[in-house]
Design a protein around this ligand. Structure first.
Ligand code: SF4
Length: 129
């Protein structure tokens, strides 16, 4: 039996999920086993989400946030939908949506960034859609 849970609560995800699919503006940004996602997030949006989790052990003046806002339905960017908010954005990000690629058999990332030095990355039919 499988259960799909849709939530913004990363604590709930950490406690009960086996696999995680991170969505941004209606597209899959990253999918991985929960341990992989929390230990080694590859997509800049996943990284920013995890960096924004409050940590009581760390003293800070302000919580980390992601600059900008989610695009509106009628004004989605043509390329990567996270591009207007991404600190790693480059020319290749804004023209066409990044394809989902595999960092490992169970870890997919829709981002050009992790692949600059990974020519062996392959795309499976499941993720190529
Ligand atoms: S594809 Fe480009 S803009 Fe989108 S998350 Fe990756 S580096 Fe950032």
């Amino acid at each position: 039996m499988a259960l799909m849970l849709i939530t913004h609560d990363l604590g709930v995800i950490a406690e009960i999920a086996d696999r995680v699919m991170v969505l941004y503006a209606g597209r899959v940004a990253e999918t991985a086993a929960v341990e992989t996602l929390f230990d080694a997030p590859a997509h800049p949006y996943s990284q920013a989400l995890l960096a924004s989790i409050p940590n009581l052990a760390m003293r800070r003046d302000r919580l980390a946030t992601i600059d900008g806002a989610v695009p509106t339905v009628g004004a989605m960017p043509a390329g990567c939908r996270f591009a207007p908010r991404c600190a790693h954005r480059r020319d290749a990000c804004v023209a066409t949506p990044p394809r989902m690629r595999l960092l490992s058999p169970q870890h997919g990332v829709a981002c050009v960034k992790p692949y600059a030095a990974a020519p062996a990355a392959r795309v499976t039919p499941e993720f190529a859609r």
